[in-house]
Design a protein around this ligand. Structure first.
Ligand SMILES: NC(=O)c1ccc[n+]([C@@H]2O[C@H](COP(=O)([O-])OP(=O)(O)OC[C@H]3O[C@@H](n4cnc5c(N)ncnc54)[C@H](O)[C@@H]3O)[C@@H](O)[C@H]2O)c1
Length: 446
């Protein structure tokens, strides 16, 4: 039987309020030393981001933008009738009282608005995936470099106390030499499969349809495409851009890996045949070459929206000396190496058996431990305390960077290295080809 030890993590998210008062050269100049921010795209995640950002000490929400009137009205219900509202994000960027913006629009707008915001002098928190098309990634990276603005990408696991613990365990060598990582995210519900409610009052009068479409192909007004935009590749990035990106962010953070060299994906649309043009099951296989921070290893990712047993998500990091898992806390299982390799003598005739046993005992004279004797090895578990939120910590990290001009935990390069291989899964799925990726240059090869 395995012996188990359990620990609780010390979660010490810094908050902007605990930071030194001295501001860097480019820090915000707003009244009362508050960082004033606005949210562009105030739907589900935009509202969640806004709540977490507004809870960081020293911040203030001043305006929101959305192309659907109902979201703007909901924002005023929630954050006050004097909140600035607009359907045009450029009006937000023109405001002098806005230091930073949160971008939580559908994916096809992320790169455009993030670049425009940085060029307008705003710091940016942009939701994952950082870009809808991997080719736009370096444009975002360059805009951040050129303007000197802070940009944080919104995969909050990078700020998680549990992932930090996993990073520490990995760096300590506890699992020995890494050889494989598996991660999965399965669901089995209409909401999990993005069948969100469609507002009954959505009409061309209450929705700025052309501004929703942006650079996407022109199609007639269709509220399903707006409220369930993830189901269409013109606006979303499929399960890969939605969920593989979180898995890449988490495992890159834990291992220090910057990305795979080869990408292959397979899948299909098996159940949610509601007009969507993206798969509901996707499997990705990735080869990581050896670098200074890790040996060569293989990665397998899975999203399955048709899992009859319900939602489950996690990671397994397999190494020569142990296995670490994330999901329901972090756990580490280690089985000491056997001292006696054992023998398989039973299927030989009696005389041969005697010879094998005698030879074995000559080499291993004392009865020593075999794997069977060792049982399940030792298991250690770590958990974040109740109420701990990686999302709150991620926003605190962003505003700390806005104030101090110190780097964020998840900058544009990190964001592209997570989004790039995820988006290449869609290319591989569509073409049936294996894609070669240069994770350092962040370019497709060949
Ligand atoms: N970090 C996470 O865990 C997490 C979780 C959910 C969603 N997200 C990300 O957040 C983003 C938004 O997802 P969501 O679930 O909130 O979608 P949503 O549909 O609930 O919200 C998107 C909002 O953007 C608005 N919008 C569309 N085009 C716009 C434009 N040009 N200008 C301004 N507003 C526009 C829509 O009307 C809508 O209100 C996505 O990129 C998604 O990947 C991240």
């Amino acid at each position: 039987m395995a012996s188990t030890r359990r620990h609780f993590l010390q979660a010490t998210a810094t908050t902007a309020g605990a930071l030194p008062a001295a501001l860097g050269a480019q820090a915000p100049k707003s009244a009362n030393d508050r960082i004033q921010f606005a949210t562009i795209g105030i739907g589900g995640m935009g509202s969640g981001d806004t709540a977490s950002a507004a809870a960081v000490p020293g911040t203030r929400l001043v305006a929101v933008c959305d192309i659907y009137q109902g979201r703007l009205e909901r924002a005023r219900e929630r954050w006050g009738q004097d909140l600035g509202i607009t359907r045009d994000y450029r009006e937000i960027l023109a405001r002098k009282d806005v230091d930073a913006v949160i971008i939580a629009t559908p994916d096809h707008w992320h790169a455009r608005i993030a670049i425009d915001a940085m060029e307008a002098g705003k710091d940016v928190y942009v939701e994952k995936p950082m870009v809808q098309k991997w080719q736009d990634g370096t444009k975002v990276v360059e805009a951040a470099k050129k303007t000197g603005r802070i940009i944080q990408v919104g995969s909050q696991r990078v700020s998680s106390a549990e992932y930090r613990k996993a990073q520490e365990i990995f760096a300590s060598g506890a699992i020995g030499e890494l050889n494989m990582i598996e991660a999965w995210w399965d669901r089995n519900s209409a909401m999990g499969a993005w069948q969100y409610s469609i507002a009954p009052d959505a009409t061309p009068a209450t929705v700025d349809w052309d501004r929703f479409l942006g650079s996407a192909p022109k199609v007639p007004f269709d509220p399903t495409r707006l409220f369930r935009w993830r189901c269409y590749r013109d606006y979303g990035t499929g399960v890969a851009g939605d969920l593989f990106v979180h898995l890449f962010s988490g495992m890159h953070f834990v291992t220090g890996a910057v990305g795979p060299n080869r990408v292959f994906a397979s899948g299909g649309l098996r159940f949610w045949k509601d007009g969507r043009d993206v798969p509901d099951i996707l499997l990705g296989l990735f080869d990581y070459e050896k670098t200074a921070s890790h040996p060569a290893f293989n990665l397998a990712l899975r999203v399955n929206f048709v899992n009859g047993a319900g939602e489950t998500s996690g990671f397994t990091f397999t190494g020569s000396e142990g296995v670490m898992t994330i999901g329901d806390g972090v756990s580490l299982t280690r089985l000491p190496k056997e001292k006696d390799p054992g023998m398989s003598s039973g299927n030989f005739d009696s005389a041969t058996q005697q010879l094998i046993i005698a030879e074995h005992r000559r080499k291993y004279p004392i009865q020593q431990q075999t794997v069977a004797d060792l049982g399940g090895g030792t298991v250690e578990r770590w958990e974040a305390p109740d109420g701990y939120s990686d999302h709150a910590a991620h926003h605190a990290n962003f505003f700390e960077a806005v104030r101090t001009r110190k780097p964020v935990v998840e900058d544009a390069v990190f964001g592209l290295r997570a989004a790039g291989p995820a988006l290449l899964c869609n290319l591989s799925y569509e073409t049936g080809k294996t894609i070669q990726w240069d994770p350092v240059a962040m370019q497709v090869k060949g």
